[in-house]
Ligand binder design. Structure first.
Ligand SMILES: C[S@@+](CC[C@H](N)C(=O)[O-])C[C@H]1O[C@@H](n2cnc3c(N)ncnc32)[C@H](O)[C@@H]1O
Length: 387
């Protein structure tokens, strides 16, 4: 009976979900309005809804209940009571490798096409291993932290005495299962940052020198800037974004990390900002561009259904415009670090090729930092040198 009740909660949530809103935000409000749901009910409801969206467009003509059962089979690697109720045979096979589970589903539903999990596959960067990428849609990514330099021993000591599962990736990086309540285990937020593994790897392309002047021009709440500062605390830093509210978050995070001497400006980089910037010349610019976010949809699978193909062109043009407006402030011989969290070639390799064609830039290195096979995001980074 419990499973039937869980199914009806799932259906109720889906019928109320307005689509254009981030799912986590909608669920938080939904649970506030449905106080009768205990923490276990909420956990199961979230699992069902998220797993459902992980199917993308697979077998989109089937009734929702059937699609949910398929999603539960693919997305869980241990049996559960919901699947036991609706398909006990599959429930006994949840531990099988994903590829075998796909074959089992195909025998019952010959119309199952794995590529339908990601409807925009013709836009994928050539580097992406398509089958591996599609299969990764069924797996929730991990939660990663980047430990501030010098705090490694302290954090490992706390973790060793805490009752928590974690994986030490390297000295600076630790992976936790998603949903781990980090704020309870590591309450001192000043000595680490929550930052995806691939996002951390992007930092290897910065290579700042002492006393350099750097500009993080789409800084948001400062994830990349904090990493840059940790690499080279003696740089002069300008951070900007077109959203004032997000720069307030940055200010808060910087204060927690003990960073004070930096400049902050609200700038819309689709506009000419020469009146404000005419005196500036940078030794490095980080352009972590607004993008489709398609390399992070493992964390927000509802985006697969919400995203529209025309937006790829929109982001691609926006990225070009912003790059065109920041390149004049880069010194000759110095790097523009172009970053996206996208898996689309139009935002990545093709964008970088176009920038090099239109401006005096050459590619020193570029890479699609693949995270889909290791429960992390996928990001693109290019280090472009001004000639
Ligand atoms: C991918 S996010 C940056 C993430 C950030 N670097 C980090 O590591 O946390 C892109 C940012 O670009 C900003 N943005 C979008 N359009 C912009 C514009 N026209 N001018 C300046 N910033 C813009 C967005 O507000 C967003 O915060």
């Amino acid at each position: 009976m419990k499973a039937i009740h869980q199914l009806s909660t799932f259906q109720n949530i889906l019928s109320q979900y307005p689509q254009e809103e981030p799912l986590n935000r909608f669920l938080a409000v939904y649970y506030k309005q449905n106080k009768q749901m205990g923490s276990r009910d909420r956990k199961i409801a979230s699992r069902l809804v998220y797993n459902y969206f992980r199917l993308g467009n697979i077998l989109s003509d089937l009734p929702k209940e059937d699609r949910l059962t398929i999603a539960e089979f693919l997305c869980n690697s241990i049996p559960n009571s919901f699947l036991a109720h609706f398909n006990s045979e599959w429930n006994a096979k949840t531990e099988l490798p994903l590829k075998e589970k796909v074959e089992i589903i195909k025998t019952e539903y010959p119309g199952f096409n794995l590529a339908d999990v990601f409807p925009f596959h013709q836009h994928l960067s050539p580097e992406v291993d398509q089958e591996e990428f599609y299969l990764s849609s069924f797996i929730q990514p991990d939660l990663f932290i980047r430990i501030k330099k010098g705090e490694e021993k302290q954090i490992q000591k706390v973790l060793a005495s805490a009752d928590v599962n974690y994986t030490l990736i390297d000295q600076q990086t630790i992976a936790f299962l998603n949903g781990t309540k980090l704020e309870e285990i590591l309450p001192d937020k000043g000595n680490y940052e929550i930052q995806d593994l691939s996002s951390q790897k992007v930092g290897e392309y910065f290579m700042p020198d002492k006393w350099d002047k750097w500009w993080d021009c789409c800084a948001a709440s400062g994830g990349k800037s904090l990493m840059l500062h940790d690499q080279q605390p003696d740089i002069k830093l300008l951070v900007s974004d077109n959203r004032e509210s997000i720069l307030e978050n940055l200010q808060h995070r910087f204060a927690l990390a003990g960073i004070r001497g930096y400049q902050r400006k609200v700038l819309d980089l689709t506009q000419n900002n020469n009146q404000v910037l005419h005196d500036y010349a940078f030794d490095g610019i980080i352009l972590d561009a607004p993008c489709s976010g398609s390399g992070t949809w493992g964390r927000t699978p509802e985006m697969i259904a919400q995203f529209a193909e025309y937006k790829i062109k929109f982001y691609s043009e926006l990225q070009f415009k912003i790059a065109a407006n920041v390149i004049p402030y880069l010194k000759v011989g110095k790097p523009l670090i172009y970053i996206t969290c996208s898996v689309f070639k139009e935002e990545n390799e093709e964008k970088v090729a176009k920038l090099c064609k239109e401006f005096d830039l050459e590619i020193e290195s570029e890479k699609l930092i693949k995270g889909y096979h290791i429960k992390a995001d996928t990001l693109f980074v290019a280090r472009l040198i001004k000639k």
